[in-house]
Design a protein. Structure first.
Length: 350
């Protein structure tokens, strides 16, 4: 019975992981369609409903007209154009609220049914705090673009918003893994565990630069491969910011991708060898290897199609960018599973 209870809670948590991934993808669509600043008021409760009358739509549109993005970039927008971008930002926010509802309903149900044990209290408190922090960071990010000077939100705050979502995803997934993977399925290997941890941290840096790429719209600044505008190392590397200059950000993002791909190949070999007696370890090693290769290919094609950015509301570039983001999250999730499966020692959980 205890096993069934833990499995039920784990399935609920994994549904949360899926919803977080959808939320991040919706955030990507919001960014790619230029929708993120369309809602200029924060209404955590009343904001669940979109404008329901023409007067309400006009009021929302008037708010958008006060910021720089409308004045200097989208002054040609009609009400219909505004409604299109409003929809994606509204859906992104409503899905976040739905996530909270699913969490609250599930938590209440399992609490009443006494499915929780004492060891789950702290993780649930942390989950709640991470969820609240994510919403707060999201609004702070939006606020950074609601002015008469900036056309877009701060790419630094965009990255923080993205990383907070991924932290919530990883923590929820780890919590679920503790409930559904038996100890006998885990492999004790200190060296491999350390290697996986380093790879995961490196992926975190890579994802940060991916967010910088998105926030700075850096892909079109160097839409060539393998060279970057004709150079292996752009001249700007030595005389411009590594966090704010689009070409430099793309250069670092590419180098990190090559490094991660190389590490993943060696890591796959090591995990494959030691995982012969641990089917799950072997299987997830394959997942990691395949996802890394797919991710590199998607990154290349996304950069090459970046001159099409904004040519249509959602064209080839936008589809590839979304796929690139999805595979990044799947790779992150698989690495988290790998890290859990390969624990540090045979005594305590990793």
């Amino acid at each position: 019975m205890e096993t069934k209870k833990k499995r039920a809670v784990a399935i609920w948590l994994l549904s949360g992981v899926f919803m977080i991934m959808v939320q991040v993808l919706l955030g990507g669509v919001t960014r790619l369609t230029g929708s993120g600043l369309s809602i200029t008021e924060w209404k955590p409760i009343m904001g669940t409903l979109p404008p329901l009358s023409k007067a309400e739509w006009e009021h929302a549109f008037d708010g958008y007209k006060q910021i720089a993005q409308y004045k200097y970039l989208n002054s040609h927008f009609t009400l219909e154009d505004f409604q299109f971008i409003f929809f994606w930002e509204w859906l992104h926010r409503v899905w976040a609220r739905l996530l909270g509802v699913v969490f609250a309903i599930g938590f209440t149900y399992f609490l009443v049914k006494k499915y929780f044990d004492k060891g789950m209290i702290v993780p649930f408190v942390i989950l709640f705090l991470l969820g609240g922090m994510q919403g707060l960071i999201g609004w702070i990010m939006v606020q950074s673009g609601l002015n008469e000077n900036d056309l877009y939100v701060s790419h630094i705050k965009l990255a923080l918003h993205f990383l907070a979502a991924l932290l919530l995803l990883c923590y929820t997934l780890w919590f679920a893994l503790q409930l559904i993977i038996p100890e006998r399925e885990r492999l004790a290997h200190k060296g491999l565990h350390t290697s996986l941890l380093i790879t995961l941290l490196l992926l975190g840096v890579q994802l940060t630069y991916g967010a910088f790429m998105a926030g700075l719209k850096a892909a079109p600044s160097a839409p060539t491969w393998p060279l970057i505008n004709g150079d292996w190392v752009p001249a700007t590397v030595s005389n411009a910011s590594w966090m704010n200059h689009p070409v430099n950000v793309q250069f670092i993002h590419r180098q990190l991708a090559y490094l991660l791909a190389t590490i993943a190949i060696f890591l796959f070999g090591a995990m494959y060898r030691v995982g012969k007696q641990h089917p799950l370890v072997k299987k997830y090693a394959w997942y990691m290897f395949i996802l890394v290769l797919v991710q590199v290919a998607l990154g290349i094609f996304t950069v090459l199609t970046s001159p099409q950015m904004g040519a249509s509301r959602f064209g080839t570039y936008e589809l590839l960018a979304e796929a690139h983001q999805l595979i990044a999250m799947l790779l992150l999730a698989v690495l988290v599973v790998n890290l859990y499966l390969v624990k540090r020692n045979a005594v305590a959980n990793a």
